[in-house]
Write a protein that binds this ligand. Structure first.
Ligand SMILES: NC(=O)c1ccc[n+]([C@@H]2O[C@H](COP(=O)([O-])OP(=O)(O)OC[C@H]3O[C@@H](n4cnc5c(N)ncnc54)[C@H](O)[C@@H]3O)[C@@H](O)[C@H]2O)c1
Length: 347
């Protein structure tokens, strides 16, 4: 394993192994720990031969449907059947769905047990596996129950990304674009200029970019692990994006892409953002194969938006990009948002 980063959380430390190898996952198991793998069926079919043969495995149905209390409850039962005590060590092998589910179950089973993550999608390697946020959906609404609970380690093996579909790659690129909008105008420009290299996962482009995303997100977590302040900026694109995802079932990153354009258009409409920003962001996303508008009815999306967990009374704290490299949180009244959605966004 060539490079190790250490994330110092409030009550624990996470080692992130960049350029790791899945075959070495056994070496990360603490002495005497009882490993149990949590994965999804498709991921397991793809990678089971590269995992230790004697570790028990719990497979869930692939996709968002498994981020549910029902799946968590079945998993608790399985852990009890395995006689898992506080010596258990859960290993989440999969995309963001598996990492969110594994983190949630680890945070809550026996009031907290150890876990590690092997992210297998671009989205999970660049984003979801880092930072300890875990969540389940409730009645079709995104991430309503959850916890912030850090893994002991994250093993990043880029070779796992070779089997991703185009759509899964694009979905991961959307989260990278989000971070570049927040933090790095140069990378943002490169993503647009070399979109094909990113879409093809050309190693000289994607590997340093994943490492940058991991480091950058770690900086946010170390500054504000509990999500009260700067970490909230990582919600850029996610407020409208979560409504789009819940209503349409689009992949997470595709919904976030639509949310990024929405946030920039809203910012321009509120005269906070640089003129032309939304068009610029939309052009970059299109080059990366991502959508910029949802086909769902705007007022249906608006209904879903009102359930967002960032809602406070009659307003929602929106992260608005001001220009590439700068964003701020802006409280926007629901009435004003409705006006924007009805008269501007829907036009
Ligand atoms: N906790 C966080 O900080 C955070 C951040 C961003 C997103 N998320 C969550 O992550 C989820 C989306 O994650 P995702 O896009 O990874 O989705 P996912 O986990 O559903 O994976 C997408 C699909 O890819 C398949 N897959 C996974 N790895 C593969 C591989 N190597 N080769 C081939 N197929 C593979 C899966 O079986 C699945 O069908 C959402 O629920 C989102 O809310 C969480």
């Amino acid at each position: 394993m060539t490079q190790t980063l250490t994330l110092q959380g409030h009550s624990s430390t996470t080692e992130v192994y960049l350029q790791g190898k899945l075959e070495e996952v056994g070496k990360l198991m603490p002495q005497g720990a009882q490993p149990i793998v949590i994965t999804d069926r498709d991921v397991w079919a793809q990678f089971k031969d590269r995992m230790p043969a004697d570790w028990p495995v719990y497979q869930v149905v692939p996709g968002e449907v498994s981020k549910s209390l029902r799946t968590a409850s079945n998993l608790y039962r399985y852990l009890q059947e395995q006689r898992a005590d506080r010596g258990v060590f859960l290993v989440g092998l999969g995309g963001g769905v598996v990492s969110d589910l594994t983190g949630f179950v680890a945070a809550t089973y026996l009031r907290g047990v150890r876990f590690g993550l092997v992210p297998t999608t671009l989205l999970a390697q660049a984003d979801a596996a880092i930072g300890g946020k875990s969540a389940l959906n409730l009645y079709g609404f995104k991430n309503v129950v959850g916890a912030i609970y850090q893994p002991r380690w994250v093993l990043e093996d880029h070779s796992l990304l070779g089997t991703l579909s185009e759509a899964q790659v694009e979905s991961g690129l959307a989260e990278i674009v989000k971070l570049a909008i927040l933090e790095d105008p140069e990378l943002y420009a490169r993503l647009g200029e070399h979109a094909d290299d990113y879409r093809l996962l050309t190693p000289s482009y994607i590997e340093p970019t994943i490492a940058w995303a991991v480091r950058t997100k770690m900086g946010y977590i170390e500054a504000d692990e509990q999500d009260y302040d700067v970490r909230r900026r990582l919600n850029l694109g996610h407020t409208w994006g979560h409504a789009v995802e819940a209503v349409t079932g689009l992949p997470h990153g595709h919904a976030v892409a639509i949310g990024l354009v929405f946030a920039a258009e809203l910012g321009e409409w509120l005269q906070l953002s640089q003129s032309g920003l939304a068009e610029n962001i939309a052009a970059t996303l299109v080059r990366l194969g991502l959508p910029t508008r949802s086909k769902a009815l705007p007022w249906v999306l608006f209904e879903a938006l009102q359930r967002d967990k960032k809602r406070q009374g009659d307003a929602i704290g929106f992260i608005v990009p001001l220009r590439i490299g700068e964003a701020k949180e802006q409280r926007v009244d629901l009435a004003k948002l409705k006006e924007f959605v009805q008269h501007v966004y829907a036009s």
